[in-house]
Each structure stands twice: as C-alpha cells, then as structure tokens.
Design a protein around this ligand. Structure first.
Ligand SMILES: [Ca+2]
Ligand SMILES: [Ca+2]
Ligand SMILES: [Ca+2]
Length: 489
C-alpha cells in the first residue's frame, strides 16, 4: 500500500469515492490501483530502473460532484542484496554473490545447515546474467555440493555473503528448505508366538535409531498399535543400527481359544504407512499348569490341569532320563487343588516308580498335555537316587537257629539291618554284628556283615521263615535267598 486518500470539503458529513482517471499527470496510472480509498501499487518498484511515478486521482462525493488532482510518487532506494540463493536439491545448493568493493573478484559465502553445521563456499562460476544485471565481471556463481545425506524431513540452509577481507558476515542472501522425502519402507519380522504373546522386530531405515510403531491385526481387525520396546542385539548387529527395535505383544485375554490369523505391520516413521511384516496362524491357548508335590523311591505325586478345560482330567507324561516311561490321565480329585483354583474334576496323580531302575541318579521330567494343542507342557523336574539293593546269603537255618551275612553295596563298611519274618509276620529286626572275614575278602568289604539268630520256640508243623536285608538309603526290604520252610516235628 502506498497511502490512504482523503478529501477536504467545506460540507461536513460528505463521503468520497476515488478512482484513477486520465488527464494531466496520469502517466503511471497503470502501475497503481485504488481499493476502498487506499492507493495500492500494482507492480514491484526498482529504484535503479524508475524512481518517480505520476498518477491522477478523482475524488467524487455522494452527490456526484468531484475534484481531480495529480500526484507525484517518489520511490525510495533500499540497498540491493549482493547475492541470492537460486535453487536447492538433495545434491546441490546454487546461487551467486559478489562484493561491491571488489566486483570483479570471487568471494566466499557461508552455508549454515539447520543452524548447526556450516561450510565456506567460494563463488567460482561465471554468472553472465548477474554480471549483466550489475555491470560487473568475474565469477560470482556458487554451487555447493551438499555433503552426506539428510534424514527424512525438512532441513534449513541459510546462506551469508562474507566480507572478502575479514571473512565476517556481510549479509544474509537467502534461505532454502531441503525437503528430504521418504526413501525406505520399514523392515522387520513377525518371528512367531510364544505362550500367550507374539514377538518380532521392526525398524525404519530412514530413522534407524528410533523405535517405530507396530500394528497387530487379529483376524483382519486392528487390535493394537504400540512402539517397539526393547533392544534386539541380534537385529542391531545384523543391520548396524542401535536403539529399541524388538517387540513383544501379549495376546489380549478377549481373544478366544483356537486358531486366529495375526498380521503384524510396521508403520513408517514418517508417513505412517503400514508394511506387512508377516501373517501367521496363532493358536491361542493357555498352557497347562501343575506341580510335583513329592518323590520317593516308590512314588512321584502331583497335580495338573489345563485352564482351558479345568473340569477335565488331562494326560500326564513321565519321562525318566529323557525317555518316556508312562502316560496316563490324572486319575483322582485333589480337593486342595480344586479349592485353590476353583475348579472341579480329577487333577491329582501318583506315579509308581519302577522297581527296575538301576542304581544311580535318575531324572524325572513330568509333562501335562495341553487339552487343545496336545503340546507337552513341563510342570516340573525331580531327581531320584536309586541305591543298590542289599545282598546276602543264609548259610544255615533249622528249627532253632539261623545264620548268614548281608551287606548294602552303597555302604560296604556298615552293618545293616536284617528283618526276620516267621509265617509272614515280622518277628524281629537284628543287625549284622559278626565279623565275616571270608565275606569281606570275597566282596572287598570291611566291618561286620555276619548275623546269627536264635529262633523262638516254634509249634509243631511247617513254618515259613523269610530273611530280608534292609537298604541303608531307601529302607527297602530285600529278600535274601528264598522263603525257607522249617518243619518242627
Ligand atoms: Ca521410512
Ligand atoms: Ca490349553
Ligand atoms: Ca543300598
């Protein structure tokens, strides 16, 4: 706007409208316009090209009476910039600059990127257009090869003309914005599912240190969007990146049991565009839970149930030393377990440990079999050390006495207990208190391993006598020899 037009009139309360009219002084009317009483410039002015304009204006009152006047408009000079930034591309920033004190010489400009990094760039190219416009000579064009690459988004390039002597900034000659477009879609993987969660990784090559958003669709419906949560050292190493790019997503409890299609998308760090990382069928299912309560040389007991079928007995598998030894269905109710978990049905088990296990330590792995998937879920591991069983010999037995020897290979210097059953009823338990040098020599033993026992008076007739060695570890009674018959006349 050049100015506001007013009119003086002896009448008060008049109003006026203005227009540009032909006549004396109307030479430059075409360079102006009048809107609502304001004089507006129709073109840009250049002091060097034309610095005086004349126009003719008519003021008309509400009654149609008018007056006209010619105006002279002087253009004020402002210093021209001795430089300009013409173009920017991802590779190149171009422009020109010269110093009026040395108009034939090349000078330097300073390029400041994102108010941070700066470069000094010489004007090395001939710009004939510049030279013509300013009536100068020499090379005043510059072309700055933009170093490196810039992350997606906007970057500001400010350019300054430098004093050819001091190197100080003379003036800013322009600013350009470099818009770095999206270059790469996210990468990642939907690795799989584990229990009630799915997991994988994702990153955007345009922002390789930044966690990005991941979207999970279940059966075609978006379930959740979240950010990659933790570092995946393997991924970071493989791609030479840093930051948190791993994700784990807990399957919502509202998803019903059974097979569902899970599709996982990585969302671009800039555009938000979705890149499919993978689609998998995931069987949503809760694993069985259970516990091994105890193990003894003869029995292993515990309980298990599948939360998806909590009223139903389920299969138990017993592996001994890595080999499946037995599978069975939980056969009896455990009132305590049912009460704690508010369930019903038979979830208790007691497994009879085979008597044929060799001496030594054995590992028992117990699995509960998922009611839906059939997958074996470990509910615990126990070890059991099976001792070597006692051995011995009955040297003599008659109606009044018996003698012999017995020892436990696990305790070769220790006396052991010997139990004597008469007619199927335990009569007494004695200890091997007698030195048997022959036995010690024969079996490389020390200590006392012989026994002698005076039988109680037996009634007339036939009686059975059974002699057992008692294991030092398990207290298992092992028959020595066979069950003997004694006939009392
Ligand atoms: Ca991207
Ligand atoms: Ca289940
Ligand atoms: Ca033993």
């Amino acid at each position: 706007m050049v100015g506001v037009l007013t009119t003086s009139d002896n009448d008060i309360n008049n109003s006026f409208t203005y227009s540009l009219v032909s006549g004396t002084g109307s030479t430059d009317n075409a360079s102006f316009s009048i809107v609502n009483g304001s004089l507006l410039s129709g073109t840009g002015f250049n002091f060097e090209a034309k610095n005086v304009y004349t126009i003719r204006v008519r003021s008309t009152d509400q009654g149609g009476l008018f007056t006209e006047k010619a105006f002279t408009i002087n253009i004020t000079d402002v210093p021209d910039m001795q430089g300009f930034v013409d173009t920017i591309s991802p590779a190149l920033l171009t422009g020109w600059a010269y110093d009026p004190s040395t108009p034939a010489a090349s000078i330097n400009v300073r390029v400041v990127i994102d108010s941070n990094v700066n470069y000094t760039v010489p004007t090395t190219f001939l710009r004939q257009d510049v030279n013509n416009a300013f009536n100068i000579t020499g090379n005043h064009g510059f072309a700055f090869a933009i170093p490196g690459s810039y992350s997606t988004g906007y970057h500001q390039f400010d350019v300054y003309r430098l004093n050819p002597v001091s190197g100080a900034v003379e003036e800013k000659i322009g600013t350009k914005i470099l818009s770095v477009a999206e270059t790469a879609a996210p990468r990642g993987s939907f690795d799989g599912s584990l229990g009630s969660s799915i997991f994988g990784w994702a990153y955007d090559p345009d922002a390789p240190t930044t966690a990005i958003n991941v979207r999970v669709d279940i059966d075609g419906i978006t379930s959740s969007t979240f950010t990659t949560q933790f570092a995946r050292a393997d991924v970071n190493a493989a791609f030479g990146i840093t930051g948190n790019h791993g994700f784990s997503f807990d399957i919502p409890g509202s998803v019903s049991n059974g097979s569902h299609t899970f599709a996982v998308y990585a969302l671009d760090s800039t555009t938000g565009g979705a890149t499919l990382l993978g689609s998998r069928i995931v069987v949503v299912n809760k694993a069985p839970v259970g516990y091994i309560d105890s193990i003894s040389p003869t029995s292993l007991s515990g309980w298990a149930y599948d939360p998806d079928a909590s009223a139903t007995a389920l299969n138990i598998r017993v592996d001994i030393d890595g080999v499946t030894a037995s599978t069975f269905v939980t056969p009896f109710a455990r009132a305590d377990v049912n009460a704690v978990f508010s369930i019903t049905g038979n979830h208790g088990f007691a497994y009879n440990i085979p008597s044929t296990l060799a001496a030594g330590t054995h590992t028992f792995n117990i699995y509960a079999v998922d009611s839906l998937t059939g997958a074996a879920q470990s509910i615990g591991t126990k070890t059991l050390t099976v001792s070597a069983l006692p051995t011995g010999w009955v040297d003599s037995l008659n109606a009044s006495t018996l003698s012999g020897w017995a020892y436990d290979p696990d305790a070769p210097s220790t006396s052991i207990s010997v139990r004597i059953d008469i007619d199927g009823v335990t009569n007494t338990t004695i200890t091997t208190t007698l030195l048997r040098a022959d036995v010690n020599t024969a079996f490389s033993l020390t200590g006392n391993h012989g026994f002698f026992f005076a039988l109680p008076t037996l009634s007339t007739g036939t009686h059975t006598v059974a002699i057992y060695g008692i294991d030092t570890v398990s207290s298992q009674a092992v028959l020595i020899g066979s069950i003997h018959q004694v006939i009392v006349a």
